[in-house]
Design a binder for this molecule. Structure first.
Ligand code: ATP
Ligand code: MG
Length: 386
């Protein structure tokens, strides 16, 4: 079976184009590998994917639909570049297809062929109309047939199926995503995966002070997100000791802000180890007390890497919508014991200032606390969900 993949934005990347194409090829091969022997090659500014003939197109469609960088894709037939072969294939296809309107567009890449593109358009259009009695509609046809006439082969494309868009994973570099098991952080990860970031995940849990439920949830979520990326690293970090120390040594009101600053420090250390250039969180402005502008500022100052917050301007309902669409919502709402609801103060501070938080931290062995937690980190390799 053949499929032709069209890419949109990456075609605009000038001198970077070969790199983007290679990453897209690699992601397509990876996503389709479970279906058998896959070949991907470049062809007239698209990618031609070759799969075993017995695979189900529905399965191909589902898998390509997960590969960022794909603008749209088409099932394709690869033939000898003769008029007879093309006509026979068109006949066979339209006989088995159901549609009311259709459009044809022919392109001749190799001018050695005797027919011009408009002759081919006219010939194939008339042939389909005569054979089926259906009407031509070039603006929005039910069936879109595209013919590319190359020197050694003719390629027929059937339909245009929209892909997910975005940029191939890996093209934007590497980052650490902080994932909690809640609704927001998986959506935040999805949004930057779609822009080409390759992610390493970090999860903080409070075992043995709480159950391990959040660790299981996060494994599921990461495995679901890994369908866009391939096998990924997930760091499970025991956060309970830092929380105990903070509860003992620091005032209660800014506790959440202190937790977040320590989370970012630990995540930054992992980013360094994994050569990542940013930290990703699911913060949304004003959603909870730790996400006021002042607290986001105080939290972000604990590290020097940029903290990217892709959901910053989204409403909770918009985030939930997207979580449902990408398939993380059901897992996110399963009950767990969030490490931050554990030991939550009754009245969390909404407006902390960096100077006062630093004063509190100056009385603590910050580096020792971070190192101690890092030494308990467990790294897991998570395979993509089938
Ligand atoms: P989420 O739905 O992602 O849990 P939230 O609305 O509960 O977000 P917060 O609890 O304030 O918001 O967390 C803000 C962000 O901090 C999260 O989106 C996540 O990126 C990070 N974070 C919070 N808790 C954890 C955790 N236990 N492990 C890793 N990251 C966390
Ligand atoms: Mg949360």
């Amino acid at each position: 079976m053949h499929v032709v993949v069209h890419y949109a934005e990456i075609a605009l990347k000038g001198r970077n184009r070969p790199r983007f194409e290679q990453l897209l090829c690699r992601q397509l091969r990876r996503a389709l590998a479970p279906l058998g022997d896959v070949r991907v090659r470049r062809l007239f500014g698209r990618l031609l994917v070759e799969l075993p003939s017995d695979v189900k197109f529905e399965e191909v469609r589902r898998r390509i639909g997960l590969v960022f960088g794909v603008a749209y894709f088409s099932r394709a037939s690869v033939l000898k570049p003769t008029l007879e072969a093309i006509q026979a294939e068109v006949d066979a296809f339209v006989d088995g297809a159901s549609f009311e309107t259709f459009g044809v567009r022919a392109r001749r890449a190799d001018k050695k062929h005797p027919w011009t593109s408009s002759e081919l358009n006219r010939d194939l259009g008339a042939r389909i109309a005569e054979r089926t009695g259906k009407k031509v509609d070039l603006s929005n046809p039910d069936l879109w047939v595209e013919l590319h006439l190359l020197s050694e082969e003719a390629i027929l494309l059937w339909q245009k199926i929209p892909g997910p868009g975005g940029l191939p994973v890996g093209s934007a570099g590497h980052a650490v995503a902080l994932i909690s098991g809640g609704i927001d952080s998986p959506v935040a990860a999805y949004r930057v995966l779609k822009r080409g970031l390759e992610l390493v995940y970090v999860h903080f849990h409070s075992v043995p002070y709480t159950s391990a439920a959040s660790q299981y949830k996060v494994r599921d979520l990461v495995s679901h997100l890994a369908r866009h990326q391939g096998p990924v690293q997930l760091y499970q970090i025991p956060f309970g000791e830092i929380q105990q120390t903070l509860v003992r040594e620091a005032p209660a009101e800014p506790r959440i802000v202190l937790y977040r600053r320590f989370m970012l420090r630990v995540a930054e250390a992992i980013a360094e180890r994994e050569r990542c250039l940013a930290l990703i969180t699911g913060d949304s402005l004003g959603q909870v007390s730790s996400q006021t502008l002042a607290n986001l500022d105080t939290v972000g100052r604990a590290v020097s890497l940029p903290v990217l917050r892709p959901l910053i301007g989204m409403d909770k309902l918009e985030i939930i919508d997207l979580a449902e669409k990408i398939g993380t919502y059901e897992t996110s709402i399963e009950p767990d014991e969030d490490c931050c609801s554990y030991l939550m103060p009754r009245r969390p501070a909404t407006w902390t200032r960096p100077a006062s938080i630093e004063a509190i931290e100056n009385a603590l062995d910050v580096k020792g606390m971070v190192d101690q937690v890092l030494s308990g980190a467990r790294r897991e390799r998570i395979e993509p969900e089938p």
